[in-house]
Design a protein around this ligand. Structure first.
Ligand code: ADP
Ligand code: MG
Length: 630
């Protein structure tokens, strides 16, 4: 009798289980496959990383892989599904901590959402939120997790333990595995499949699900125990006709793995033997490990062979995201210094609110692989510039050594090359969407517009290319680019007009007297309400051959002045004489607060305006400066 340790679940876990258990009716329950295989992949990746510095911990006779087998029970109504990985494994403490608590941020979000709907509403949310390990309960009444961690300094003699969920949902048990150490290292998850979920014991169905959800997201082989019929030659033809049932293979090995060549074995043997009498051939059913993901992982494939659904599934699993990305781009190429990359970049559906408040990022958005093997997702600020740190990237470089360290990466030009390569392709992706799918582009710009502007301000190298991607409202329309503005400029127009007011609404900016006059003459004016906007325009100085002009500053010029220059000159002189007394009087009255009083042609309906000197700060800049000094 083994001592069992009983633990109560945190209340959230029990709640989660209730929701999940009530959701079987929905077809969302198949997501448990994705979740468990993703955990297995994570565990294998962790082991591989540790084994780089400590070779002894991996048993060379134990290949890194994932195996799936279904064991139907006698009546055929239910059975067990067993998913095993030879990954890093878990100690009893790990089992308690990782599987007995809801550590995942996504799951509490899920609970909050599920609460706001009725309890049965959870089903529709499950596909969107990765429930992780808890998705097991979508299809299983009871779950056993047997696991044994790899040897470590603190745990030189690890033992295999079992986490066992109880039937009443309220607690779980942790105890030494009565079978002893059967795993070597790794984790075996046994799902006692509910009778109404027996479809998940069907190997064809399992194969389909693995192909749909997971075959492309892991570089480790996934094997499914499959029954195949084979013809065997009974050498002793006189023995009785007894169907031979093959032993259940314990783990896939070279010989036991099913591949296409297997079919020809019978013929070869029969030819070699040149039998004098007809050999007796019997058809038997044997268990073989079928390799499910013989195709390369998604990022290594030709984009032509990948469906949109696969890109989205891959993104969700790989980056642990619940919502589909806004866009992606799959490409390969060679950097100037001879490194070959295969890469997918994804634009997430929203910008993390911390993007603007955090100065450094603990960004895990860039996953570096070498020859399909995961190396690190901890390149942090070195992999992407701040303005693009929201990007999710998987990149496979085939020219790096597998044991490359972070230090090596930093000391070579690799990270710099990677960075400019990824940014180049992000710009390419955005440019393509802007051209081909303006609605989608607007959706992206609403989320990332300011990040793009930040990039244009911060990066002198990419300034112009990013400025092309930025959009602003004008007095005439929304989401206008500098290029569109330029193309639509009026004949003879010498300036790019803008009006800036931090925090002001576009509507209010459009109503300003400064805009009014320019608008009345039929010109387009950029209406800037973000602090970054004016800084960027100042940095740019000009677009193509025309300079930026703040309509609230001196120096405003229109291209159509010459048209009736003569008539206007006469009229100006007349007005100048007429209003000279008023101007003199105003100068006298306001001499302490303004530099000059002049007659102006800017205004259409407003009688007067106070403007900034050409070389002074605009009122808007002054507000920014004051805010900074405060
Ligand atoms: P997540 O994968 O997002 O962390 P899960 O609920 O899927 O959330 O898993 C919780 C944790 O349990 C994992 O972070 C991991 O530490 C542990 N875990 C789950 N499955 C395995 C496994 N097959 N091998 C090792 N650890 C695992
Ligand atoms: Mg997981």
């Amino acid at each position: 009798e083994v001592p069992k340790q009983k633990h109560d679940y945190q209340s959230d876990v029990a709640r989660m289980r209730k929701i999940v258990v009530n959701s079987l009716y929905s077809n969302q329950c198949e997501h448990f496959v994705r979740e468990l295989l993703s955990n297995a992949n994570d565990a294998l990746e962790k082991l591989r990383i540790v084994s780089l510095t400590n070779k002894d911990i991996v048993d060379p006779s134990q290949p890194l892989n994932i195996t799936i087998r279904a064991v139907k029970d006698e009546e055929g109504t239910g059975g067990r599904l067993i998913i095993t990985d030879t990954g890093i494994g878990m100690s009893p403490d790990d089992l308690t901590r990782n599987l007995g608590t809801l550590a995942k941020s996504g799951t509490s979000e899920f609970l909050a959402k599920a609460d706001s709907l009725d309890t049965s509403g959870g089903g529709n949310l499950i596909g969107q939120f990765g429930l992780g390990f808890y998705s097991s309960f979508l299809v299983a009444d009871q779950v056993y997790v047997a696991s044994i961690p790899t040897k470590s300094e603190t745990n030189p003699e690890p033992a295999q333990y079992v986490f066992s969920s109880s039937a009443d949902d309220s607690s779980f048990e942790i105890y030494p595995d009565p079978r002893g150490n059967t795993l070597g290292h790794g984790t075996e998850i046994t799902l006692v499949i509910r009778p109404d979920a027996s479809q998940f014991l069907n190997t064809d169905r399992l194969k389909e699900l693995v192909e749909k959800h997971s075959s492309f997201s892991t570089a480790f082989p996934i094997y499914l125990l499959t029954q195949v019929t084979e013809e065997v030659i009974d050498e002793d033809t006189l023995t009785e006709d007894e169907p031979s049932t093959a032993e259940e293979p314990s783990a896939p090995s070279e010989e036991s793995v099913l591949d296409d060549d297997d079919d020809v074995v019978v013929e070869e043997v029969s030819e070699e033997e040149v039998p004098t009498k007809e050999p007796k051939v019997t058809t038997v059913t044997v268990d073989k490990w079928a390799h499910l993901n013989e195709q390369p992982p998604l990022w290594m494939r030709d984009p032509k062979d990948v469906t949109n659904e696969q890109y989205i599934e891959f993104y969700k699993t790989t980056f642990k995201e619940d919502e589909a990305p806004l866009a992606w781009h799959h490409f390969q190429g060679e950097s100037g210094d001879g490194i070959h990359f295969k890469s997918i970049i994804y634009i997430p559906h929203e910008l993390n609110p911390e993007f603007w408040s955090k100065s450094t990022s603990d960004n895990k958005g860039v996953r570096l692989m070498v020859k399909r093997v995961f190396i690190t997702n901890d390149l942090g600020d070195d992999a992407l510039p701040k303005w693009a740190s929201w990007l999710k990237v998987i990149v496979d470089a085939d020219d790096l050594p597998l044991n490359v360290s972070r230090e090596t990466l930093q000391s070579t030009r690799f990270l710099k090359t990677l960075r400019s390569f990824v940014i180049k392709h992000l710009i390419k992706l955005m440019t393509r969407i802007a051209q081909d799918d303006p609605d989608k582009y607007v959706e992206i710009i609403k989320v990332y517009g300011n990040a793009i502007k930040l990039g244009a301000v911060e990066s002198t190298k990419e300034r112009n290319r990013l400025a092309v991607l930025a959009r602003w409202p004008t007095n005439l329309r929304n989401f206008t680019s500098l290029d569109e503005y330029y193309v639509n400029r009026r004949q003879g127009q010498k300036q790019v007009f803008f009006h800036a007011g931090v925090g002001a609404t576009t509507e209010n900016l459009a109503k300003s007297i400064f805009v009014e006059k320019v608008h009345a003459r039929g010109y387009e004016v950029f209406l800037l309400s973000e602090p970054l906007d004016e800084i960027l325009f100042t940095n740019l100085g000009q677009w193509q051959d025309i300079r930026f002009q703040d309509v609230a500053k001196k120096g405003l010029e229109f291209g159509d002045e010459e048209e009736d220059l003569e008539a206007e000159k006469a009229k100006d002189e007349e007005l100048a004489t007429r209003f000279q007394p008023l101007v003199d009087w105003l100068k006298q009255e306001t001499k302490d607060v303004v530099i000059d009083v002049t007659l102006s042609k800017r205004l259409v309906t407003s009688p007067c305006a106070i403007v900034a000197d050409t070389y002074g700060y605009s009122a808007n800049m002054e507000r920014i400066m004051n805010a900074q000094n405060a």
